[in-house]
Design a binder for this molecule. Structure first.
Ligand SMILES: Cc1ncc(COP(=O)(O)O)c(C=O)c1O
Length: 191
């Protein structure tokens, strides 16, 4: 084994791995630590969540998808390397027509992924950040957290039961004065 991936925000459940713990083991064993923050990485902008991301500073590489929780148009992936020279050593391609960009010892973006030609995918993100500032991103992430909590509270107001091995919501109509409007209201709260 040579590498380990910790995820900060799994796609289905939003689980944030113990990056500090995984990182400690990775360091002891000399493994590369990659952090997959494609979906949930932006959550670290929220002060109340920042602690949950402890250890990301030890990553050898971390990816975030600006086209997800950074509100950018797709497709844009932001991949940061602790030491881009190692990435260059892996991804750099050689061809005589590329010699001109390899004359100097600096890093060309084409050295950091398999494709050579690419458009300026990061530009919309950069422009938006320059215009709105990081505070607007923090507020937008915070708003998502509040919406998630609100939705969870709405769902929790519906009692649950079990049916063929699955947890299901359970609506019980006992009161004779229950109206269809009330039923609609409950169903709308579940949408
Ligand atoms: C945790 C995680 N990693 C990676 C990906 C892949 O992202 P993309 O489709 O932008 O390549 C996703 C997509 O939902 C994701 O949630």
């Amino acid at each position: 084994m040579c590498a380990v991936v910790a995820t900060t925000g799994t796609t289905n459940a939003g689980i944030i791995d113990d990056v500090a713990g995984v990182g400690e083991i990775a360091r002891e064993r000399g493994w590369w630590l990659h952090v997959d923050g494609a979906y949930g990485g932006a959550g670290m902008l929220a002060p109340e969540l920042r602690q949950r991301y402890a250890g990301v500073e030890h990553a050898d590489s971390i990816v975030m998808d600006p086209h997800k929780w950074w509100f950018a148009p797709f497709d844009c992936a932001a991949l940061l390397y602790r030491d881009p020279r190692l990435a260059k050593a892996v991804h750099k391609q050689d061809a005589s027509y590329l010699d001109v960009i390899h004359e100097h010892d600096d890093i060309n973006p084409s050295d950091l992924a398999y494709h050579l030609t690419r458009r300026a995918r990061g530009l919309p993100l950069w422009f938006s950040m320059a215009v709105h500032g990081i505070g607007a991103y923090r507020d937008a992430v915070q708003h998502s957290l509040e919406m998630a909590r609100y939705a969870a509270a709405q769902i929790a107001a519906v009692t649950s039961s079990g049916w063929r091995g699955e947890t299901v919501g359970r609506l019980v109509f006992l009161h004779p004065a229950t109206t269809t409007d009330m039923v609609d209201e409950v169903i709308a709260a579940l949408d």
